[in-house]
Design a protein around this ligand. Structure first.
Ligand code: GLU
Length: 446
């Protein structure tokens, strides 16, 4: 395959949620896997609903996921290019002016349905004479513009769904340009895909019909077709579609709740496969696992609980280098030894700060039995401490006090950390150090 160019083309009309992050991820991972590039294209021709703040948020949220676009373009800055393409289609007789109002179209659809006919646009506008058009214009009506579909089947070999087809006889000629001259999504998308050299269009299966229409527009503009792939859509656990209003499933909401972006990326792309619950250590590793041809054709159910579990497991597998910067930003020290000691106890990364506080102190020791603690202090080996110190020490304390199991370990844990649960003390003790350990065994906050 020559180096692919893929694109993610959100409309900046809201925040990304896990469902609409999926095409971003499928495209990004595809580019990674095949040595290609990723274009972020803002489909912002709907000026009333598109907002700069959403565009910024989208870039930021993609960055959080680990996606850094190679190119960024905005459709609102490219209107002249779409005008030229529309003119070409008009010249070729493929874009025709229509004057029906929304009400008229609605009434016509209802009549068709009442007669048991499919509600397909009847192309009445094609029969308008120049005088009739002039009369509409004199009334103050402005035309909207429809693309004249050719009859017949559009077929393609879908990257996800395999051999696919749509019968264009079942479709209305799509409106490409509104009365006010603004563009619906359909034409600018094709023009940009042609102009930027997009090789693979990977998007949700809600776009299958668009693909048939857009394939005809590609051809009408003299371009060859990119490859198309349509992934399944995500639903809630109860089977409903995800909407932009589900704030807590927005990428920002997930970020605030401390979910690992890599877990979001893994679950979003592997959901429904046997790999979905296994943690990955990088997007590159994920790129090796995600194959478009293996994406299920059934809707994928998203389970928030599964995401939490995967997020924790992702943390438990991270090597120190993967989190070093984020730990530093949290003010957590202790290097790799600290990370390896605590990672298995974390549900979210910022909890590392709590354990760092326990290590660094001051920690308020809990001493239930002063003489037990004093004996333990006497037996604490000299420094340097290492991974074997804990075992040697606790064996000596067991022998001296006749305790074992919980009766041995719990008072030591409570004295050293002030808590009755937490990471392995064998790993924490060398981090706490002899000096602080002795003070805590003596009941001092240290
Ligand atoms: N703006 C469209 C959407 O968000 C893009 C679809 C496409 O990838 O072509 O659904």
């Amino acid at each position: 395959m020559t180096s692919p160019l893929v694109r993610f083309a959100p409309s900046p009309t809201g925040y990304l949620h896990i469902g609409n992050a999926r095409p971003a991820l499928f495209n990004w991972l595809f580019a990674r896997r095949h040595g290609g590039r990723f274009l972020l294209r803002y489909d912002d021709t709907d000026l009333a609903r598109s907002k700069a703040e959403y565009a910024e948020a989208i870039a930021e949220d993609l960055g959080w996921l680990g996606i850094a676009p190679d190119l960024v373009i905005k459709q609102s800055e490219r209107l002249a290019i779409y005008d030229a393409a529309a003119e070409r289609l008009r010249g070729a007789g493929r874009l025709y002016a229509c004057y029906e109002t929304a009400d008229e179209l609605d009434r016509r659809r209802k009549r068709q349905l009442a007669r048991g006919l499919p509600p397909i646009y009847d192309r009445a506008a094609l029969k308008l004479t120049a005088e009739q058009k002039a009369a509409f214009e004199a009334e103050g009506r402005k035309p909207h513009w429809r693309f004249l579909l050719e009859p017949g089947q559009i077929t393609w070999d879908d990257l996800v769904r395999g051999p696919s087809h749509v019968d264009c006889a079942s479709l209305s000629d799509p409106v490409l340009v509104r009365e006010d001259g603004s563009y619906l999504y359909t034409l600018p998308s094709v023009v940009d895909d042609i102009e930027t050299g997009v090789t693979h269009v990977i998007r949700g299966e809600d776009h299958v019909t668009n693909t048939a229409v857009q394939a005809q527009i590609f051809v009408a503009l003299g371009a060859s077709l990119p490859a198309f792939g349509h992934h399944n859509l995500l639903t809630t656990a109860s089977g409903e579609g995800l909407s932009k209003r589900l704030g807590h499933l927005s990428l920002r909401g997930l970020r605030e709740s401390g979910v690992e972006p890599l877990a979001v990326a893994a679950l979003a792309t592997l959901v429904g496969t046997s790999d979905a619950v296994r943690p990955v250590s990088s997007l590159d590793e994920l790129a090796g696992l995600v194959e478009l041809a293996h994406v299920s054709r059934a809707p994928a159910k998203f389970d928030e609980h599964e995401l939490e579990t995967l997020s924790a497991r992702t943390l438990h597998h991270f090597p120190f280098e993967a989190v070093a910067d984020r730990l530093a930003a949290l003010g957590v020290g202790g290097g790799e030894a600290f990370w390896l000691a605590v990672r298995g106890n974390l549900a979210r990364l910022d909890e590392a700060a709590l354990w760092w506080q326990v290590v660094q102190g001051p920690a308020a020791p809990v001493i239930a039995d002063v003489s037990f603690a004093a004996t333990a202090a006497d037996l604490l080996p000299p420094e340097p401490f290492d991974a074997t110190t804990w075992k040697n020490w606790t064996q000596a304390v067991a022998a001296a006090t006749g305790t074992k199991g919980k009766a041995l370990f719990m008072p030591l844990r409570q004295a050293l950390t002030g808590l009755d649960h937490g990471p392995e003390l064998a790993a924490l003790l060398p981090l706490i150090g002899r000096d602080k350990a002795l003070k805590r065994l003596a009941g001092e906050s240290a």
